[in-house]
Design a protein around this ligand. Sequence first.
Ligand code: IPD
Ligand code: CA
Ligand code: CA
Length: 296
Amino acid sequence: MSIPAEFFEMRDVAIATAREAGAVIRAVAEQGVKEIVFKGEGKRDLVTEADKRSEQIIIDAIMRRYPDHRILAEEGTGTGGAGAYRWIVDPLDGTTNFAHRYPLYCVSIAVEHAGEPVVGVVFAPYMDELFVAVKGGGATLNGVPIAVSGVTDLIGGLLCTGFPYRLDGPTNNLVNWGNFVLRTQATRRDGAAALDLCYVAAGRFDGFWELNLQPWDMAAGALMIVEAGGMISDPYGNPFRVDGHDILASNGHLHAKMRDVLAMSKNGHGTGKPNAETEQLAAQAAPEPTRDPTTI
Ligand code: IPD
Ligand code: CA
Ligand code: CA
């Protein structure tokens, strides 16, 4: 089936505005982030001037070119209407990283048609890495096609996840974290879900899961993974939905294995206690010290 020309046109608009917004984000980083405010009650969910300036640049570009398209953007810009296309924008994914000058952050822009992402653009300005996917057209990193990894066992895998800003709920992911750390080569928390998904697409990570995400965290990266030959679903075996909040993404080989591990904690909805097998693995991983820990 041929790819509609308008997908490529929207891709090019997304790339241009992601680069422009990325340059502003980078400039704010270089000058030092001055304005940080907290969303909600806690001290974890930040927003900076860079988030807002980036969103304005992206929204202006979309509305100039596609005034009848719908938009959902994290920092509050939403436009309704009957248009078939919806742009889903995270103007700065990884704000906490950004505020701490940890360089993993990005701009994420997706276009959805009939509930499915058809264009995904993720730009990481510090790394100068541009991930692009068009439905049916493959995925690229800086213009070079990318593909998921071939790792087939969890113990050979490098996985990634994230944690919600509110950690008091049953989906705080802490039990899953322990369950995966004990069964994989390594498990990371990199702090920018859109970029984490692109890293799965590029074969850097072999799998990713997270609970409580928003459409703007997932839409572009999810398409990237499918177009790079990987697999996405929710953690419970149902098809992925952009507004579904919970995601399991992998190179395909690890998908069922990751689902089994997530099921151990009833996918994060369980008791919060590690199961017996995990306790045994933890005991093996942490034998009693054989030397006096007070001496070097
Ligand atoms: C957050 C990041 C983080 C994830 C959080 C997201 P933000 O987005 O993607 O990795 O764990 O759940 O909210 O707030 O930096 O755009
Ligand atoms: Ca985000
Ligand atoms: Ca954000």
